[in-house]
Every structure is written in structure tokens, then in C-alpha cells.
Design a protein around this ligand. Structure first.
Ligand code: SAM
Length: 431
């Protein structure tokens, strides 16, 4: 396909996502199925442009004065890809498979339009109703933080230390030019350009042998900050597919015991194969059955309870740009209720002196400090440990300058730490 034909395809897919409210991945997959002539390079380029357009939807629409898919793609080519108006005009030639030629208005906007007078939610590409929450956490840095959260994310891998060192695995992946992540001692980062396909790590021998997991550096750090000790009894209460469970198991060098559970049996199911592949031997999976609590027998006994809470995922907008336009006040309310429920469960499991580590991949204060404040209010006998102490105890004191300290925890962000927007708070049972 020509570059112009790929742009036409991206406009078509984006229109499908917008008009039929379809998840981007599904719309792209369907497009690929019904256009079998498109090669993998074409599909990657189309997907890259669709995701960039979703990341820059508000600012691109503002630039072009229209919310239509064609306008959003045009604005994205100008703002995100930095392509000059004349070059865009050549791509929009109206020839076979190319998009229709630019109108005078489109050409004018591409040539002289700017975001100078755009309101913060437009310039920063986020839903307007979240402005006050985001401003509360980012303050003066709101614009630059949101700009960073609207960029493409690199591919991060966590080296599984049960099966090799970062140096060894990095050398095996030399063909992908990985670089060490700046903060996590276990991370390897692989950058890929606009329209380039992320390398298919899942079919690489290094992945198949369980030497690496795909995991954002922020998620790796959250597990490391939980700082499990080798003899600990750990409950991973929201284990899902096991991303953090695997990281905890490696940090404990396969010693002690981790009980991994989740309210949703289906989300937990993939964990078995992943544990096997990673060579993890200290995890007991507790699959919930009916209404019975799968970890009730551990009440008051856990040294560490990890709550990797269900959340809006606002910190992962770089990777899931269509999700940012779907967050609604109602869905935040639902998440807040789930967070309170799961934190109460954690409080019942932790032993006196033990710790609850509360993690979200969100940057919204309501579901971060707000959820911790609610727990502390409901449950006397718990106290938040300062973020500075958490960092020092886990050996990450040098990260203090990069992080944003909140009332009860710490906030990572693409701008400050080059990670997804993870939040971590540590709460100790004092009585
Ligand atoms: C952020 S995801 C977990 C991701 C996982 N820890 C990982 O690293 O791959 C949150 C999980 O919390 C689970 N969940 C929601 N409410 C819960 C509850 N009350 N108790 C336990 N798990 C719950 C969801 O089913 C979901 O799998």
C-alpha cells in the first residue's frame, strides 16, 4: 500500500471506532480481516496512525475545526507527526486509494492553525470533566504532564531473574537494541518509531523460555517497592493475569509463599501458564469458587498484601488511548467502590506489623490518596508509611527527585519517571 492509501485506511478505521464506539483493537483487527492484501507493515502503519490520532484527538480536532475522522487524522499528521501542510497536501491527492484533496479551509488550518488559545483539556488531550482532578495532582505541570501522557510508549520488558540477568538477556536480545530502563534494575526498553510495529517479543525464544515478561517499568517498580522478603507470606489479592505476582515471586527468589487470587476467575486463568513458563514455584493460586472467600483462612496472617487495584487506568493512556475518551464519572464511581471493598479485604488479611501495598495505574487523586484516606478512616489500627521511607527501605532513595510525593504515597508519570502513571502507597497495620 502507498503511504496515502494507508492514511485512507486509518481514516476509515477511525470513523468505525468513533461512529460505532468500537474498541480500537477490534476495529483494526476487522479491517485486517477484510483487507487481506494488506501486509504486516501496512497494518502496523495504519494501527500506528489510528492510535496516534486517538492520543491527539482533542487537539487535532481543535486545529482542524472538526471532530470527523478525516479532520482528526489531518490534525495528527500535522501536530504529532510534524508533517508540513504542503507534504500533507501531496498525500491527500485524490488519486486512486488516496484521500480526497484538501479543501481551502483544511489547507489554511494546516498552514497557520495553532493550539495557542486552546483550553488545557484540548491542548493536553484529556476529557474536560477530569480537569480539576488532574490539576490537583499535577498543578503547574498539568500541561507538560498531559502532553507526555498523550505520547507513544516504548516497549518495556522485565527480566525474570529466576532465569537470567539483565546483562545476559539484553545480550540475547541485541538484535532489538534494548537499553536498560533508567529506574528499574530489571528493565529493558525497546523504542519503536511512529508506524513501526513493536517487535513481536512473544515469539522470541527469550520470551518463550520465560526469561522476560512484557511489563511497563512503572509496574516493575511498584512490585519492587512492595519489597517482599524471601520468607514472607504474601497475598496478591488482585492478581489478574499475574503480572505483579510473577515480579513478586522473582523478587522473593522463589522463597516464602505467595497466594494469588482475584475476584474474577476468568482474569486469573492465564496465570497458571505464565507461572510455569517463568519457573515460579512459590505461588499458590486460589481461584474463587462461588461466593466463598478464597483466602479467608489467611485472615490476620499476611506479612504483605498487594492490592493492585481495579482502576480507571488513566495512567496507561499512552498505551490505551481509546480508553481515555471512554472514562465517565459513573465508571470512576464504580472503581471507587471496588477499591474500598478490596482495601477492606486487605485490611482483614494483614497481620499486626504487616503491610498493605496499594497500587493503581491511575493518576486520579480520588482513587489514589482518596482511596487510602477512606481506608484509614474506616479502619483504625492502620497507618500510611511515608513515601520517602518506602523508597529508602526498597533501595530506591535516589528516585525521590523524579517522583511526585502525594499525601499518602507516590505518583509516577511519563514526564517525571518515563513510566506509565503508577501510584503506590504502603499502609502498615499498627495494632
Ligand atoms: C489492575 S487489575 C490486576 C492486574 C494484575 N495484578 C497484573 O499485574 O497483571 C485489577 C484486578 O482486580 C480484580 N478485582 C476487582 N475487585 C476485586 C475484589 N473485590 N477482590 C479481588 N480482586 C478484585 C479485577 O478482577 C482485576 O483483575
Amino acid at each position: 500500500m502507498t503511504p496515502a492509501a494507508r492514511i485512507s485506511a486509518a481514516i476509515e478505521v477511525l470513523a468505525e471506532i468513533e461512529t460505532r464506539r468500537r474498541p480500537a483493537a477490534d476495529a483494526l483487527k476487522d479491517w485486517g480481516m477484510s483487507h487481506r492484501f494488506a501486509g504486516s507493515g501496512d497494518r502496523a502503519a495504519i494501527a500506528g496512525l489510528v492510535y496516534d490520532a486517538l492520543r491527539r484527538k482533542a487537539s487535532a480536532s481543535w486545529l482542524m475545526g472538526s471532530e470527523g475522522a478525516r479532520a482528526v487524522v489531518l490534525g495528527t499528521l500535522r501536530l504529532e507527526r510534524g508533517i508540513a501542510a504542503a507534504e500533507i497536501g501531496r498525500l491527500f491527492s485524490g488519486e486512486r486509494f488516496a484521500p480526497a484533496p484538501l479543501s481551502d479551509e483544511e489547507r489554511g488550518r494546516l498552514e497557520t492553525g495553532s493550539l495557542e488559545r486552546a483550553p488545557p483539556h484540548v491542548a493536553g488531550d484529556f476529557p474536560e470533566w477530569l480537569t480539576s482532578s488532574l490539576a490537583a495532582v499535577f498543578g503547574e505541570e498539568l500541561a507538560s504532564e498531559m502532553g507526555a501522557l498523550a505520547r507513544r510508549a516504548p516497549l518495556d520488558l522485565r527480566v525474570n531473574t529466576l532465569k537470567g540477568s539483565r546483562e545476559l538477556v539484553g545480550a540475547e536480545l541485541a538484535h532489538l537494541s534494548p537499553v536498560p530502563t533508567p529506574h528499574s534494575p530489571l528493565g529493558l526498553r525497546i523504542a519503536h518509531g511512529p508506524g513501526e510495529r513493536a517487535p513481536s517479543i512473544q515469539s522470541d525464544p527469550v520470551f518463550l523460555k520465560g526469561q522476560v515478561e512484557i511489563q511497563d517499568e512503572g509496574s516493575q517498580l511498584a512490585a519492587l517497592l512492595a519489597a517482599p522478603r524471601p520468607r514472607d507470606q504474601v497475598v496478591d489479592l488482585c492478581a489478574g493475569g499475574g503480572g505483579k505476582t510473577l515480579a513478586l515471586a522473582a523478587a522473593m527468589d522463589n522463597h516464602g509463599q505467595i497466594y494469588a487470587t482475584d475476584a474474577d476467575q476468568r482474569r486469573l486463568a492465564p496465570i497458571h501458564a505464565r507461572l510455569e513458563r517463568a519457573g515460579v514455584r512459590n505461588v499458590q493460586v486460589r481461584t474463587p469458587r462461588g461466593k466463598a472467600d478464597a483466602v479467608q483462612d489467611l485472615a490476620g496472617r499476611a506479612d504483605l498484601v498487594l492490592v493492585d487495584a481495579p482502576c480507571t487506568g488513566t495512567g496507561t493512556w499512552r498505551r490505551n488511548p481509546d480508553s481515555k475518551w471512554r472514562v465517565r464519572p459513573g465508571s470512576l464511581e464504580v472503581r471507587l467502590k471496588e477499591q474500598a471493598a478490596v482495601l477492606d479485604r486487605a485490611a482483614a488479611l494483614v497481620r499486626p506489623g504487616g503491610r498493605i501495598v496499594y497500587v493503581t495505574c491511575s493518576v486520579l487523586p480520588e482513587e489514589n490518596d482518596g482511596a487510602v484516606a477512606g481506608l484509614l478512616e474506616r479502619r483504625p489500627g492502620l497507618a500510611a508509611i511515608s513515601a520517602a521511607e518506602t523508597l529508602t527501605a526498597a533501595g530506591f532513595g535516589q528516585m525521590a527527585d523524579a517522583l511526585r510525593f502525594t499525601r499518602y504515597g507516590l505518583q509516577m508519570s511519563p514526564l517525571r519517571t518515563g513510566t506509565d502513571g503508577f501510584y503506590v502507597a504502603v499502609i502498615q497495620r499498627t495494632a
